[in-house]
Design a protein around this ligand. Structure first.
Ligand code: GAR
Length: 202
């Protein structure tokens, strides 16, 4: 069983897609859901699945990234999934869990990524660029926003969309398939980090 921690900041539809995925049922165990606030709607989903919830940060009532590192070692967390988590992860934490943190991004990286590029900001930029395709990317997390090696991508035709909201809807549908697919590949030992590229066995 692959032990996961899932980081969230908002509504948690990707968290739900992972928890509801029939193909992941016997492959993963989500041992922690971590948010950057004391409450976000995604926590309600975690509660329904009886998954322990943590709020990470520096303020009172929050767990620090250092203590989270200790906890994750105790829990033997194999993979950390950023599913709509919007805060930058500290360098130390990334170093400790190098190639064990993955992020889902709602566009085709390396375009439309970077600081400030999250949620509707991404879809608005894609819409205004007049790009004809968009999609979702899952990548390893490194020290800067959205620059880590790409594990998998899926694209959607957006040539006929009338608004950024329409793009968001189309992309989200794909995210809910792509993220469980990538987690399945990792759980099955089919993702390899090689010198220049990530190789995923079919
Ligand atoms: C998702 O679309 C995810 O790709 C995006 O936030 C949304 C979270 O939705 N992440 C980013 O923009 C990161 N740069 P959810 O809470 O319903 O899963």
């Amino acid at each position: 069983m692959l032990a996961l921690a899932i980081f969230v900041s908002g509504r948690g539809s990707n968290l739900r897609a992972v928890l509801d995925s029939p193909k992941l049922k016997d492959l993963i165990k989500v041992k922690a859901v971590v948010g950057d606030k004391l409450y976000c709607p995604a926590f309600d989903i975690a509660k329904n699945f009886s998954i322990p919830i943590y709020s990470v940060g520096k303020k009172e009532g929050f767990i620090s990234f250092d203590d989270l590192t200790i906890l994750f070692k105790e829990l033997k967390i194999d993979v950390i999934v950023l599913a709509g988590f919007l805060k930058l992860i500290p360098e130390n934490f990334i170093k400790t869990f190098r190639n064990k943190i993955i992020n889902i991004h709602p566009a085709l990286l390396p375009s439309f990524g970077g600081a400030g590029m999250y949620g509707m900001n991404v879809h608005r930029a894609v819409f205004e660029s007049s790009a004809q395709v968009s999609g979702a990317s899952v990548h390893f997390v490194d020290e800067t926003y959205d620059t880590g090696k790409i594990i998998a991508q899926r694209c959607v035709d957006i040539s006929d969309v009338k608004s950024p909201e329409e793009i968001a809807e189309k992309v989200l549908r794909i995210e809910h398939q792509l993220l469980p697919d990538v987690i399945e590949k990792i759980a099955l030992g089919k993702v390899f980090v090689e010198e220049f590229r990530v190789r995923v066995e079919t």
